[in-house]
Design a binder for this molecule. Sequence first.
Ligand SMILES: NCc1cc(CSc2ccccc2)c2nc(N)[nH]c(=O)c2c1
Length: 372
Amino acid sequence: MTTPAVTYNLIKKDKHTGARLGQITTPHGTFDTPMFMPVGTQASVKAMAPEELKEMGAGVILANTYHLWLRPGEDLVEEAGGLHQFMNWDQGILTDSGGFQVFSLAELRNITEEGVHFKNHLNGQKLFLSPEKAIAIENALGADIMMSFDECPPFFESYDYIKKSIERTSRWAERGLRAHKNPQTQALFGIVQGGGHKALREQSARDLVSLDFPGYSIGGLSVGESKAEMNHVLDFTTPLLPENKPRYLMGVGSPDALIDGVIRGVDMFDCVLPTRIARNGTCMTSKGRLVVKNAKYARDFRPLDEKCNCYACRNYTRAYIRHLLKTDEIFGLRLTSYHNLYFLLDLMRKIRAAIKEDRLLDFRAEFFEEYG
Ligand SMILES: NCc1cc(CSc2ccccc2)c2nc(N)[nH]c(=O)c2c1
């Protein structure tokens, strides 16, 4: 029996909800869960240095197979010694399989049993991505956690379409397992799909659990459905997944969605939101979003968030950061990005502490009271 590349240790279950306190152990370290994972699509968490990510408490960061395949190419990254060496990051890395990006970025897509034909969104070149090709790219990139090649169908798509889609996604997942070259050092997760259809989520979970992946992702959510609909799907999906393996909710990262996902048994989250909104001057604070570029902050000499202990809040004011953003000073984006990432990583620290003390629902009430 080979040792899996990633193991999950369930430390404590919350008394009143489905939340879990745990740890995920990877070849690049052991990390507390529930966790938020900053997204570094092109092998860089935009505007952040690895040392800054470490000091704010990031453990696992994400990179994007589709983007790195197109530029600079997985062979170049492999020649550099893999993503950890290439980007000077010695902790956890997770890569997506590229399927989602093909569906969301590329034009002229044609999905077949074999894989997906599409045009490169950068130069129009015709490309083809299959489960085998996606896994080979992720093997070459060397991430600790890899995603299976999946189709992410529209949430409200018909039952018949999504049934055919999840059955193909399960066949693709099995092909990916067979193509995976390094199961001892890289953990391949299966991705549960099924849109908003309970029976199809159950079928997808059943098929993937029977393939015994070391971890499971919940895909096809945060794709336009309401938060209530997402939470409803989570209510009946997470219990279908093995308790002793990590559960990763893909592409979800607003503060309220993180809390509600943890309550429903999710262990890992990612989202481009913190760095994306930071670049247009929107900051996450304990009192909700603050658009620091607004004129009303021109002479506001308080920190972004008076309850935040991050580098930006300890050293700079709203007025200064607004000035930097208005004058296109790059340092402004760095401060808002740093703060937003710190805010979500710190929120996860507070959530873990609340689970430990069986007061997660109280924490949720207090958080929403202030956050609005
Ligand atoms: N919006 C939700 C979402 C996001 C991602 C991207 S998560 C990501 C992004 C960048 C790097 C690593 C992971 C997804 N990826 C896959 N494979 N399947 C999904 O259903 C899905 C749904």
